[in-house]
Design a protein around this ligand. Structure first.
Ligand code: ADP
Ligand code: ADP
Length: 224
């Protein structure tokens, strides 16, 4: 079987991170989330973190050349040689072109781009109720996926917090940015025959089943 090189595309709050966690378990792929990498850099106070901070807090995209460098370097790591799951990258045509060129250069290609789609009003509800654990970034929702004990992570017991950029005003800006800068990637990957659409309004388990079925079909087609 050839490697699984996947991209999760979709608006903020559509459920990319939630699905990525499930798919990582299924396939043992490294989950490469630009947002997580940038947040870790902020925590560590690195130059990258300091630079990314003001863009993230405003709900704007971090400049292309910065994220492209970070992701291409990460894709060169040993654990990404046999497949990867990109979450939140690419978010612009320029990022997609850079990724495509880098993969071409290594004679690798993308298996599929999974678009998890959901309307703005729903993602605003999801993001405003999102809570993240301080230690490992495990994701909860106050209504849709509450922790067993208030404000504590079920997995590691650490405190749950709200991301600063999940405040409603910033979320609205992130959605505008998504529609303007990221949505053109839908047509981009459709033209390349890579786009697979998944209805993100369903429950996490249904979305997961749909993705698994989509990947099984792709593998079947590949083996024919
Ligand atoms: P969500 O999944 O809710 O959209 P992320 O954690 O993926 O949020 O991203 C948080 C922030 O990190 C974005 O609003 C943006 O500032 C920055 N970011 C993440 N991925 C990228 C990217 N590919 N290009 C530029 N900025 C990014
Ligand atoms: P993204 O990575 O696309 O920004 P997340 O996976 O972090 O999205 O999900 C955003 C919020 O919505 C989280 O609080 C998560 O618990 C919740 N969530 C994710 N998928 C679903 C779903 N299918 N139905 C209801 N809530 C969901």
């Amino acid at each position: 079987m050839s490697e699984l090189n996947l991209i999760l595309l979709g608006p903020p709050g559509a459920g990319k991170g939630t699905q990525a966690a499930l798919l990582t378990e299924d396939f043992g792929l490294p989950h490469i989330a630009t947002g997580d990498i940038l947040r870790a850099a902020r925590e560590a106070g690195t130059e990258l973190g300091l630079l990314a901070r003001r863009y993230m807090d405003a709900g704007e995209l971090v400049p292309d050349e910065v994220v492209i460098g970070v992701i291409l370097e990460r894709l060169g790591d040993e654990d990404a040689r046999d497949g990867f799951l990109l979450d939140g990258f690419p978010r612009t045509i320029e990022q997609a072109d850079a990724l495509g060129a880098a993969l071409d250069g290594q004679e690798r290609g993308l298996t599929a781009v999974l678009l998890i789609d959901a309307p703005d009003e729903l993602v605003v509800k999801r993001i405003s109720g999102r809570r993240i654990c301080r230690k490992e970034g495990h994701v909860y929702h106050v209504d849709f996926d509450p922790p067993k004990h208030a404000d504590r992570c079920d997995i590691d017991g650490s405190e749950l917090e709200q991301r600063p950029d999940d405040a409603e005003a910033t979320v609205r800006n992130r959605l505008t940015v998504y529609h303007q800068q990221t949505e053109p990637l839908i047509a981009y990957y459709e033209q390349r025959g890579l786009l697979r659409r998944v209805d993100g309004t369903r429950s996490p388990a249904e979305v997961h089943d749909h993705i698994r079925a989509t990947l099984a079909t792709l593998r079947l087609e590949e083996s024919l």
